[in-house]
Ligand binder design. Structure first.
Ligand code: PMP
Length: 434
């Protein structure tokens, strides 16, 4: 029997009043498929919230979690530890870009972002440059919902009511449909927007700026791959002015962009990476900040107190999350999922062709993609994405509506027939909703 939909549950990031009139309820999930309360099969074209990279219902993870709960269900991680934490940290940094060899654990993408911002501040404190308190982020960037993250947020609704706590400037986003519409992979135009960073650093004085934080591929802001050369330029400017660069890879990490991290994929190495979601295949909350040796060593050596960073969470390095993460890494490695999206002639190319086949539909004004991410931009008044999301849900596909676009990021286990089905249904719904 289904539970009544009540106001006891205040749903996050949801139009509660609308939703509760017409709820979309999911009962179970396996592989690429979701089953609704009323027994319909829906294909998961979003991997949950860009996070179930190895597909749903992975028994290996469930077994590891169960076993860990029965062995060590919890341990304090302040001044105590467990072997699994050290083993897992070693295992994780095998996948990070060269030099990012240290990991600080948290529980969500939002916590990872706020942790990274605090580490940046602590790094400058340790270097005797504690006046560096400013940050630079980007319009359309999403960096979670905690106070650091909303200050960085480039999404108006998330930022405006709450976001004025830190000193932060926002670089222009790089979405330029006029010049780059229907780019396949990286768009050609727009690297010059990185120059704005140099202007801001000159304007404020780089000696007041702690770090720049950006998503290498914007996710929730509409799937915006970086223009060719843009990230390298950002890196070069950060180097020139000695400002830290943080990549928020909460979405782009763990194979989404065709490599373990977008930083690896694009050959641009930041000083820190935030990671969450796919790190445990979303089975158990866990997030991480990967930090380079310079930051780690400076914080260790320059700390004024025995505790080098007054920061951490009750559940940092939770043993159950570590076990889930280990089992997830086993799957990613065994099934080659971290690089599956970038195999020549492989599923990533198939995905790209399939998405771009929708370009002939009159109301489609842009298609953007990279790795196993994509967005279809529609002509509309800002609400089109939500409408199409609802229609696709009814026709058996879960997508994400973002403004006038729909975003998709299927599990990395997706096969060609799944993609055919998704694209066929999207085409049908777009034709019907003309
Ligand atoms: N950063 C990015 C780039 C994200 O996409 C998200 C979540 N969508 C977050 C941070 C926040 O993660 P969480 O929801 O786990 O707090």
């Amino acid at each position: 029997m289904s539970q009544p939909i009540s106001d006891a549950f205040w749903m996050p990031f949801t139009a509660n009043r609308d939703f509760k009139q017409a709820p979309r309820m999911i009962k179970s999930a396996s592989g690429m498929m979701l089953t609704t309360n009323d027994g319909r099969e829906v294909i998961d074209a979003t991997a949950g919230l860009w996070c179930v990279n190895a597909g749903h219902g992975r028994r290996e993870i469930a077994d590891a979690v169960h076993e860990q709960l029965m062995t060590l269900d919890y341990s304090s991680i302040f001044n105590f530890a467990h072997d699994l934490g050290f083993a897992y940290a070693e295992r994780l940094v095998e996948h990070t870009p060269t030099g990012l060899d240290h990991v600080f654990f948290a529980n969500s993408g939002s916590e990872a972002v706020d942790t990274a911002l605090k580490i940046a501040m602590q790094y400058w404190n340790a270097r005797g440059e504690g006046q560096r308190k400013r940050f630079i982020s980007r319009q359309k960037g999403y960096h979670g919902v905690n106070f650091g993250g909303v200050a960085m947020s480039g999404l108006t609704n998330n930022h405006q009511p709450f976001g004025q706590w830190l000193m932060v400037d926002h670089l222009r986003h790089t979405l330029d449909i006029e010049r780059n519409a229907f780019s396949q992979g990286l768009p050609r135009y727009g690297a010059e927007w990185a120059d704005e960073l140099e202007e801001l650093l000159e304007f404020h004085g780089a000696e007041t700026v702690a770090a720049v934080i950006i998503e290498p591929i914007v996710g929730a802001g509409g799937v915006i791959p970086p223009p060719e050369g843009y990230l390298a330029k950002i890196r070069a400017i950060c180097d020139k002015y000695s400002v830290l660069l943080i990549f928020d890879e909460v979405i782009t990490g763990w194979g989404r962009a065709g490599s373990a991290f977008a930083a690896v994929e694009f050959g641009v190495t930041p000083d820190m990476i935030t990671s969450a979601k796919g790190i445990t295949n979303a089975s158990v909350p866990l997030s991480a900040v990967f930090v380079n040796d310079e930051i780690y060593q400076r914080c260790m050596q320059g700390a004024k107190s025995a505790v080098e960073l007054y920061h951490g969470y009750t559940y940092s390095c939770h043993p159950v999350a570590c076990a889930a993460g280990m089992a997830t890494l086993d799957i990613y490695e065994k099934e080659g999922l971290l690089t599956r999206a970038s195999e020549p002639g492989g599923i990533g190319e198939y995905w790209q062709r399939a998405l771009h086949s929708l370009a002939d539909i009159e109301q489609v004004i842009d298609v953007r993609n990279y790795g196993l991410m994509g967005a279809i931009q529609l002509r509309g008044d800002g609400t089109k994405g939500g409408q199409v999301m609802q229609q696709l849900w009814e026709s058996g596909v879960m997508v994400r509506g973002l403004g006038d676009s729909i975003a998709m990021s299927p599990p990395l286990i997706v096969e060609e027939p799944h993609i055919d089905l998704i694209v066929k249904k999207v085409r049908k719904v777009l034709h019907e909703s003309l």
